[in-house]
Design a protein around this ligand. Structure first.
Ligand SMILES: [Zn+2]
Length: 261
């Protein structure tokens, strides 16, 4: 059988099918392809409105009532972001990653995105390291609740289970990553010998640490990004295309190869 060594999609397929335990790390690039504005760069929310305060978590704890009032009546960049989140739908890149999980190839998906689109696309083994904008989290017992299950007539709302302080699940500036999700991410990264790094420059810690740790142990990285990034030099293969283009092609090839065996 012919071997198309020059075709990066074919080479990436080989890497995925030879790996024992494949995980993925995704970031803002996937969200942007679904119409959610980025924070930085051209068209970015902070480019337009200015950088937000870098101590969001501290401010929340100092005055949770006020923080909740602002959340319920968002203005400026937050209003634009919430509107975009409400309208966004999964794109073919999200669907391809859910398909790769169904095929049994992808074992876990770590995302830095808070937009819920991986869930909507059907990903199950999903670790939302920066939280999920549709959820509310208890700062005390770390339980999470759908936004519409929490009454907000009295602010700040309290946890139905432990009466701890409730906050949006999205991780704020200065807020520690919730311990349950961080532990699961570390566990998955320890098992992985291959990481698909899609739509992220892998420059924000702690998420950036996971592919680097896998690479340092001799694992392989497959990058999907239209632009070179900080992690490109560590990647076995770089697919220079949008996730919504490259990932469906990759998954089709994986599917065809699995069907042949
Ligand atoms: Zn609680």
């Amino acid at each position: 059988m012919g071997h198309d060594d020059d075709n990066p999609i074919a080479r990436a397929t080989d890497v995925l099918l030879r790996a024992r335990y494949v995980i993925a790390l995704t970031g803002a690039g996937l969200s942007v392809e679904s119409g959610i504005p980025p924070f930085r760069g051209p068209g970015g929310l902070w480019t337009k409105y200015g950088e937000p305060p870098m101590n969001g978590y501290e401010r929340f704890l100092a005055d949770p009532k006020q923080a909740w009032a602002e959340r319920l009546e968002p203005r400026g960049p937050m209003r634009e972001l919430w509107n975009a989140l409400a309208q966004a739908r999964p794109n073919p890149g999200h669907v391809a990653l859910a398909d790769l999980e169904t095929l049994g190839v992808l074992k876990a998906l770590i995302t830095q995105n808070v937009d819920d689109l991986h869930r909507q696309a059907g990903s199950r083994r999903l670790l939302e390291i920066h939280g999920n904008a549709t959820l509310i989290r208890c700062l005390q017992c770390v339980a999470r609740f759908p936004r519409d299950e929490i009454a907000t007539d009295e602010l700040p709302p309290r946890c139905p289970r432990c009466s701890g302080l409730l906050k949006g699940d999205t991780v704020s500036f200065g807020e520690p990553i919730p311990p349950d999700v961080l532990l699961r991410c570390q566990h998955e990264a320890e098992r992985a010998d291959c990481v698909i790094v899609a739509g992220t420059s892998a420059s924000v810690y702690p998420a950036a640490h996971f592919p680097i740790a896998v690479r340092e142990r001799g694992g392989m990285l497959v990058e999907v990004n239209p632009h070179p990034s900080d992690i490109t030099g560590l990647c076995e293969i770089s697919l220079r295309a949008e996730s919504g283009v490259a990932l469906p092609q990759l998954v089709e090839r994986v599917r065809a190869r699995l069907a042949r065996h």
